[in-house]
Design a protein around this ligand. Structure first.
Ligand code: XMP
Length: 513
C-alpha cells in the first residue's frame, strides 16, 4: 500500500486513481493529519507527496513530517511535494519571476529508477507543469535527471534513499507517460505487487460503511443512474435491511425506466424500497414554465420536499447515502460553469443532510465514473445499469425546451426509445458518451400519404466526451441517421421532422437547457 499526503492540489485524487490503476491500494491523507506515528500505523511501502496551492517560501506553509525522511521509505514528491522535500532536506526553493502553466517539454539527462523502461536518457518528453516557485538548489545526495528551460530541476533523484521529485504533474493525462512513471514508483521502487483489485475496494468500503454506521439506519435516494445504484447495492451488502431506499419518481424519466428501477432493487435485490410516484406533483409545478433555470430550480426544490417527506415517514435514520463522485466534489463549486459563472444549476440533494440533521455516507467519493462502473460490475449489477449513459437529474424536462405537458413527454419518450434502440442495434451504445432525443417547441409542415401534417420537430443528439466538460458530436453515418429518422416519423405520432445536432461543447452544452 501507498500513502498519498495531500497538500491540497486539485488533482490529488488523480494520483490515487493512477496508483489504483497500477493495481496498488492507496489512501489519501491530508497533510495536517499525517505524523510519523500515523505513517507507521498505516505501514505503507512508499509515500507520495502531492502538489498544492501554497508556496514553500511562505511562512507556516505545509510540510511533510520531518521524520518521514528517516523512515527508510521511498518518497515521491510531486510539484509542491518536490519543493517541500527539497526545502526540508536542505535544498533551496525560491519564488520565480515567471510561473509555468500547461504543456512543457523536459530533457531527460540521466537514467533513474523512476524512468526505467519509460523515458530514455537523451529524450525529450511532454509533461504538464503548473507551478509558481522554483527549486534553486537540491539537497545533498540528489542529482538532476530531467530539466526544462524554466525548471532546471524538473526531476531529481536520490536512488540510494529512494527519494524522487518532479516539478510536473505525472498524474494528469497531459503528461503522456506519467502513469508509467507512477507505476515505476509503486512497483519497481516500492516493490508493490500490483495485485489490488476492485474486489478489494468493495471489501474495504463495506468495512468502512459498517464502522461509520454502527447500528444506525441509512436512507438512500435512488435515481436509476449508475452511481446511486452502486451505492445502494454496496450498502445493502454492508448493512442489510438497515438500508432503506427511496425512489422519487418525477415522471420525467425515460421510457420504462421507473419500472426497471423498482424491478431491479425491490424484486431482484430485495432491498427495501419506497417508490413514490410524484409525477403529477412535478408536472403541476412545471405547468407553464419555459425558462430552463426555473425548471431546474423547481425540480430540485420539489425533489427535496418529496424526499424529505418520505424520509420523515420512515423516521429514525441517522445517515443519508449519496453517490457523490470525485468530479462532483470538485465541480460542486459551480456545475460545469467554471469557477465564477453558473451555466446550469446542478440538480442534486445538496442541503438536504443539514436540513434533516443527517450524516452523509458517500462510499464513492474518491472514485471516478469508470471506476464506479468497474465497482458496479464487481457487485454484479447488470450491464444495462452499469454501462448506462449519464442522465441528468431534471430528466426529460430539460429535453423539452419550452413548456412541458404529459403529451409532449410521451412523444419525447417514444422518440428517444426508438433512437436508443437503433443505437444499440448498430452496436454503438458503448462507443457513445451520451445520446438522447430532444422535442423542440416548433411545429413544421409535412406531407404523409396524401395528407398535410403539422407536427413537432425532434432533434437527435449524440456526443463523445471524457468528463462531460467538453464534448464532440458523434459522426453517425448518413444511412444510420436516415433509418432513425424514418422510424421515428413512422412510429411516433406527433413528430414529422427529425434533425441532427452537430454542435460541440463549447460553444454548445450537451443538454439543450
Ligand atoms: P451540459 O448540458 O452542462 O451537461 O453540457 C454536462 C453533463 O452533465 C449532465 N447534466 C446533469 N447531471 N444534474 C445531473 O445530474 C443536472 O442538473 C445536469 N445537467 C446536465 C448532462 O446530461 C451531461 O452528461
Amino acid at each position: 500500500r501507498i500513502l498519498i499526503v495531500d497538500f491540497g492540489s486539485q488533482v490529488t485524487q488523480l494520483i490515487a486513481r493512477r496508483v489504483r490503476e497500477s493495481g496498488v491500494y492507496c489512501e489519501v491523507h491530508p497533510f495536517n493529519k499525517v505524523t510519523v506515528e500515523s505513517i507507521k500505523a498505516f505501514a505503507p511501502k512508499g509515500v507520495i507527496l502531492s502538489g498544492g496551492p501554497a508556496s514553500v517560501t511562505g511562512a507556516d506553509t505545509p510540510r511533510a513530517p520531518q521524520g518521514l525522511f528517516e523512515m527508510g521509505l521511498p518518497v515521491f514528491g510531486i510539484c509542491y511535494g518536490e519543493q517541500t522535500m527539497c526545502a526540508q532536506l536542505g535544498g533551496k526553493v525560491e519564488q520565480s519571476d515567471h510561473q509555468e502553466f500547461g504543456r512543457a517539454y523536459v530533457d531527460v539527462v540521466e537514467d533513474c529508477g523512476l524512468f526505467h523502461g519509460v523515458w530514455d536518457k537523451g529524450g525529450k518528453e511532454q509533461v504538464w507543469m503548473s507551478h509558481g516557485d522554483k527549486i534553486d538548489a537540491i539537497p545533498d545526495g540528489f542529482r538532476v535527471v530531467a530539466t526544462s528551460p524554466s525548471s532546471p530541476y524538473a526531476a531529481i533523484a536520490n536512488d540510494k534513499k529512494r527519494f524522487y521529485g518532479v516539478q510536473f504533474h505525472p498524474e494528469v493525462v497531459h503528461t503522456p507517460h506519467g502513469a508509467a512513471l507512477l507505476r515505476n514508483f509503486t512497483h519497481d521502487v516500492c516493490g508493490c505487487s500490483g495485485s489490488w483489485t476492485m474486489a478489494a475496494f468493495r471489501a474495504q468500503e463495506i468495512a468502512k460503511v459498517r464502522a461509520q454506521v454502527g447500528d444506525g439506519k441509512v436512507i438512500c435516494g435512488l435515481s436509476g443512474g449508475v452511481d446511486s445504484s452502486v451505492v445502494a447495492v454496496l450498502l445493502h451488502e454492508a448493512i442489510g435491511d438497515r438500508l432503506q431506499c427511496v425512489f422519487v419518481d418525477t415522471g420525467l424519466m425515460r421510457k420504462g425506466e421507473a419500472d426497471e428501477v423498482v424491478g431491479l432493487f425491490r424484486d431482484h435485490y430485495n432491498i427495501p424500497l419506497i417508490h413514490r410516484d410524484a409525477s403529477d406533483l412535478f408536472l403541476g409545478k412545471l405547468d407553464g414554465v419555459a425558462d430552463p433555470e426555473r425548471k431546474r430550480k423547481i425540480i430540485g426544490a420539489t425533489f427535496i420536499d418529496v424526499f424529505e417527506e418520505e424520509a420523515q415517514k420512515i423516521g429514525g435514520a441517522d445517515f443519508l447515502a449519496q453517490g457523490t463522485l470525485y468530479p462532483d466534489v470538485i465541480e460542486s463549486v459551480s456545475f460545469t460553469g467554471g469557477p465564477s459563472v453558473t451555466i446550469k444549476s446542478h440538480h442534486n440533494v445538496g442541503g438536504l443532510p443539514e436540513r434533516m440533521n443527517m450524516q452523509l455516507v458517500e462510499p464513492l467519493r474518491e472514485l471516478f465514473k469508470d471506476e464506479v462502473r468497474a465497482l458496479g460490475r464487481e457487485l454484479g449489477l447488470p450491464e444495462s445499469f452499469v454501462g448506462r449513459h449519464p442522465f441528468p437529474g431534471p430528466g426529460l424536462a430539460i429535453r423539452l425546451p419550452g413548456g412541458i405537458s404529459k403529451e409532449k413527454l410521451e412523444i419525447l419518450r417514444n422518440a428517444d426509445a426508438v433512437y436508443l434502440e437503433e443505437i444499440r442495434n448498430a452496436g454503438l451504445y458503448d462507443a457513445i458518451w451520451q445520446a438522447f432525443a430532444v422535442l423542440l417547441p416548433v411545429q413544421s409542415v409535412g406531407v404523409m400519404g396524401d395528407a398535410r401534417t403539422y407536427d413537432y420537430v425532434c432533434a437527435l443528439r449524440a456526443v463523445n466526451s471524457t468528463d462531460g466538460m467538453t464534448a464532440d458530436y458523434y459522426p453517425f453515418d448518413h444511412e444510420f441517421l436516415s433509418r432513425v429518422s424514418s422510424r421515428i416519423i413512422n412510429e411516433v405520432r406527433g413528430i414529422n421532422r427529425v434533425v441532427y445536432d452537430i454542435t460541440s461543447k463549447p460553444p454548445g452544452t450537451i443538454e439543450w437547457e
